[in-house]
Design a protein. Sequence first.
Lengths: 264, 222
Amino acid sequence: MGNSTHQTPTSRPVKAEVKSLNFHYGKVQALKDINLRIPDKSVVAMIGPSGCGKTTLLRCFNRMHDLYAMNNYDGEILLQPEGINILSSDVDPIEVRMRISMVFQKPNPFPKTIFENVAYGLRVRGVKRRSILEEQVEKALKSAALWDEVKDRLHNLAFNLSGGQQQRLCIARALAIDPEIVLFDEPTSALDPIATARIEELVNELKKEVSIIIVTHNMQQAARVSDFTAFMYMGELIEFNETGTIFTKPAQRLTEEYITGHFG
Amino acid sequence: MQRFFDQDLKALKEQILAMGASVEQAIELAVKGLIERNPELLVQVQELEKQIHLTNRKIDEACMQVLARQAPLARDLRLVLAIIKINADLKSMSRQAANMARSAKHYLKGSPLKPLIDLPQMAELTRSMVRQSLSALVKTDVALSQTVMAMDDSVDELKNKIVAELTEMMKQDSEAVDRAVNLIMVARNLERMGDHATNIAEGVVFIASGVDIRHGSQQSVS
């Protein structure tokens, strides 16, 4: 059902374009002919029942599946404006991850100081000058709304932070490399409601600068934070449209049944 | 903590206020057109009614979006529910203003029946009720909304006085019937508008306290 009517619910410029994407875990097909345009500087939420393929699709965007030899991509994800196919074997996955960073379900800071966690991506990129590192780390921590809480203890271990703070640290780490897209994989499922609200506010701020794709089990979160919503089911993209439309008058019966709690 | 959906709620209140200002203007134009015997002003009321209906639909859509996307609770939920009702009240008021303009147009076909003194006073009171009920909404001001509810009695008294006077004129002179009926229609519409402003004021009490005081009842329906 991934037909062309789902591709572009907006006239906004496109940041990434998924074209005829199929994905296999060994012999199991997890994504079936996905066509989707990610609008620039907006939040796209992916919803659907467990196993629908939303996380698999998210992971394609920064080549996370390359880590296992049996995984197989077929199709393209074109990163605009140049139109390079980030799934191509000619393209270095490390380069892709510099442009498209990811925040995971559970906060996963490195066993390093707060400062070194945020500076990590910059060091991989070869930045050595202390002044540049300090400047970028401060900027990223401010963007992640964490600076005021940690500025006096930048050289403490990251593990001493609370869960919500650790997740914002991971967001700062993802932002420090100035990515064009940030992927969020259920970023608040391990957090309490207050920490969740802060991350959602943050996502709303960040979209002024970057495109965001967020996978969430929490339908209300998708409704709150996203501009566009993609509903997936059994490896297919069923419907993609403006979030306001998806949650008030979805076009597909399956979407309606899922969001009204009739299955999933 | 400032929540991002506070912006949605603020925008909703602003839209309702703008709609209320248009309703006030519609009342003013209808009554001014009647008193100054200027049909041009009455035509403007019809135009204003179309605009208000468009705003009404936009606000309904915006309320549906907020309910679907933000799932508001407690005070926020009461605010959105009250705005949905106030939106309907304001739409009815714009229709009543248009009805007034139509009655005025018919009235102007004949010569003046009498000097209009009570009607302008009634219109001024009604406009003031609209303005103050919306002001109470914006500030969630229960005291001000009670003032508005009290004003409705004065509007009703004026209407009764006007109807009694015109009924008497009709009994005396059958020639007066058409014009008197049209003036009664104007008064009747103003009186209904006062009732809608009262509804808005009651909505403010509901937002502030969660208590439904409509129809003089403070008891829970459940």
